[in-house]
Design a protein around this ligand. Structure first.
Ligand code: UDP
Ligand code: MG
Length: 329
């Protein structure tokens, strides 16, 4: 399938901007977020809609969204889409991009760590620069501890070395404003395991980066534990490079070479020349364990890829919508 990204005759869209807001347990934030967006955007001349995607929250997020929509009584274009369970932020973003109707899309979190005022200036930048397709915010100062920051840096380095195809800039967040053509390109990639930072790099387009410092979360807790982050990082590497699969070849080659040289050394030098009877048990045990371990590791990596392709080829939907509410009826 090809994606036509020509800007010659863009289809008229219903709004200038769609704010796509993934929400997982954000009951205390949805109203505050809306107030802040109103402060920034109302009266600015930019027509906008907000697409809230409730990603299977276990708190009262959906009830809050419903009350928000009924209180607003159609004064703004608000939509809430509720998933049947928690499908993950990537699925929520995908759904929001697909369902949104603006000429531009802004991905922004519900917890007000990402300032709607900055979203507005990112949108303005996009409008003033025709050659630019994506304005992405990158974290200038990180809030996490040193270990997490170090791990993240290692991840980006590994990813970029491993991937021949794309270069993923460090510290770039999902907080972005981009044109409909970019959203269409992203939505045209139906892969089940999604890794937005990689997908944005893969689709290309001219990207302008602006620095930002995330604010403190307004209420609630971050959904990302270190375990979840690790899983997400491995998932990203596996989604964008087959390099770990090929590593087996090199490990195998180097280890057999070393083993052969060692064997020759022992036989020729130790046994034939020096006449030493070789007490080899410890060495043998170590070698058997080492290579047994390596083989299992390599098998495990191959298993990961196999499992991926198994899940991908089922072509299951990325999310299931349980309910929707719309201020426009
Ligand atoms: N989120 C989501 N589904 C999830 C986890 C998070 O939709 O499974 C949303 C969450 O409600 C928030 C955004 O994704 O709007 C970012 O999540 P969070 O604030 O937990 O991440 P952090 O800011 O700590 O990276
Ligand atoms: Mg957050």
């Amino acid at each position: 399938m090809t994606v036509d990204s020509s800007r010659v005759a863009p289809l008229p869209q219903a709004f200038d901007l769609s704010l796509v807001v993934p929400c997982h347990n954000e009951e205390k934030n949805v109203h505050a977020f809306f107030e802040r967006v109103k402060d920034v955007f109302d009266g600015s001349g930019v027509s906008y809609e907000i697409v809230y995607v409730n990603d299977g929250s276990s708190d009262g997020t959906m009830a809050q969204l419903r009350s928000l929509i009924s209180e607003d009584a159609g004064a703004h274009a608000l939509r809430a889409i509720g998933f049947s369970r928690n499908f993950g932020k990537e699925s929520a973003i995908f759904c929001g991009m697909k369902e949104s109707q603006g000429s531009c899309v802004c991905l922004i979190d519900a917890d007000l760590q990402q300032d709607p005022a900055l979203a507005f200036s990112m949108y303005q930048y996009l409008m003033e620069h025709e050659e630019c397709d994506v304005v992405a915010a990158y974290q200038e100062t990180r809030r996490e501890n040193k270990v997490q920051a170090w791990l993240k840096r290692r991840f980006y380095r590994t990813f970029n070395v491993a991937s021949d195809e794309i270069e993923m800039p460090e510290n770039m967040s999902d907080f972005r404003v981009f044109r409909r053509t970019v959203a269409d390109a992203l939505v045209s990639m139906p892969e089940y395991y999604r890794f937005s930072k990689g997908l944005f790099a893969w689709v290309g387009f001219n990207t302008h980066a602006v620095p930002y410092t995330p604010d403190e979360r307004l209420a609630g807790e971050s959904s990302w534990s270190t375990r979840k982050l690790f899983k997400y990082a491995f998932s990203g590497i596996i989604a964008f490079t087959t390099w770990p699969l090929k590593v087996a070849k090199y490990i195998g080659f180097v280890s057999s070479l070393v083993a052969t040289l060692y064997l020759l050394y022992v036989l020729i030098v130790d046994y034939l020349i020096m006449g030493i009877a070789i007490p080899g048990y410890p060495t043998l045990v170590c070698l058997v364990l080492l290579f047994g371990g390596l083989q299992l590791l390599v098998l495990g990596v191959m298993g990961d890829y196999q499992a991926r392709s198994y899940i991908e080829q089922k072509r299951r939907p990325l999310y299931i919508v349980k309910e929707r509410y719309d201020t426009r009826g």
